[in-house]
Write a protein that binds this ligand. Structure first.
Ligand code: CNA
Length: 318
């Protein structure tokens, strides 16, 4: 029996009471609660799991697609992705720009590119704020991101909830002796077209973002402890092409619902048939997240959250 075949025995009033504060669901459409282990079909089913508090520990798995709406190109989208636009750097293959061996041989292409990508040039978008909203509602267990743009932190997602699996620009270190180097000074040098150098050994300093051929931060390898407690997993804006990150999608218990929000099917969502508890909503991420927010009845709260972040109240001392 599919979810939509089930009769609903829950009135809107009961639904609101079960879902917590009435105000948080007052404008939400009535959604039917899916049966345990039953087939999940669409965003309505996922929303119902959240509204009925069947799922309270959400893990987000994110990639470059969550930041394209902020103006940062991803890797692989044909035409606009970075991999189709690196001709000016004269590198042997697109991956070389983030390859640690190539960086050791010639760091210049990386430093030219990274000047454009540095945090500070871009702002979080609706998707980053949606994750912040999950946190504010006590629903965010962890966010695992491959992104290096720092927009999760900028949206106010606290660092203890964040696993920046491919590193961050917020710290830097020497590529030769590994000594930490002030990230601000590294950034200033890069912005002025200079290569930052280690004070101890004169080695090249690089922001602590993870290159192909480098290990991921220790924090990433604690993922199994998080996933064992997850009761819902969102996978957003990633091609799931890069290991070991890509494999964490299979780390939750097999009955835990997973929602893919992406332009195309990726990873385990390409298998046919999909798991009963997998849902794929293909298309533009912002449109789909807005749809989910609408079903959840969180539009007003989202607007407030975004307003509070983008226009913080200023207190003037006379
Ligand atoms: P990717 O391989 O480029 O995949 C991105 C995925 O997102 C693709 O499947 C796209 O179809 C999808 N996508 C893009 N925009 C949208 C949209 N608006 N709506 C729906 N889907 C969309 O990138 P991954 O993150 O999978 O690859 C991992 C790499 C990319 C990591 O090592 C990152 O460091 C690296 N990267 C990060 C950034 C960033 O920090 N913003 C930018 C570019 C690359």
């Amino acid at each position: 029996m599919t979810v939509s075949d089930q009769p609903t025995s829950t009135s809107r009033k009961e639904h609101s009471q079960k879902a917590g504060k009435a105000s948080s669901v007052k404008s939400a459409p009535l959604v039917k609660v899916p049966s345990v282990g039953g087939k999940l079909k669409n965003l309505n089913d996922i929303a119902a799991l959240i509204l009925y508090k069947r799922c309270k520990n959400i893990i987000i798995i994110a990639g470059a697609g969550i930041s394209t709406a902020s103006g940062i190109p991803d890797f692989r989208t044909p035409g606009t992705g970075l991999y189709d636009n690196l001709q000016q750097y004269n590198i042997p293959c697109p991956e070389a720009i983030f390859d640690i061996d190539y960086f050791t041989y010639n760091p210049k292409p990386f430093f030219s590119l990274v000047k454009e990508l540095y945090p500070g040039n871009y702002q979080p978008n609706y998707i980053h704020y949606f994750v912040k909203m999950l946190h504010e509602k006590g629903l965010l267990l962890k966010m695992y991101t491959q992104n290096i743009d720092g927009l999760e932190r900028k949206a106010g997602i606290p660092s203890e909830k964040l696993v920046e699996a491919h590193g961050t620009f917020s710290t830097a270190s020497c590529h030769s002796c590994c000594k930490p180097f002030p990230a601000k000074i590294a950034q200033e040098a890069i912005m002025n077209d200079k290569i930052p150098r280690c004070k101890a050994c004169s080695g090249i300093v690089k922001p602590d973002i993870v290159f192909f051929g480098e290990d991921l931060p220790k924090r990433f390898y604690r993922f199994s402890k998080d996933f064992v407690n997850a009761d819902l997993v969102f996978i957003m804006g990633t091609s799931l092409e890069i290991e070991p990150f890509a494999s964490i999608v299979d780390s939750a218990r097999s009955y835990v619902p997973r929602l893919l929000l992406n332009r195309d099917l990726v990873g385990p969502f390409k298998r046919k048939p999909m798991r009963n508890t997998d849902v794929a909503e293909l298309g533009d991420l912002i449109e789909n997240i807005k749809r989910l927010v609408g079903i959840l009845g969180w539009e007003e709260k989202m607007d407030e959250l975004i307003r509070a972040h983008t226009h913080p109240v200023r207190i003037f001392n006379k």
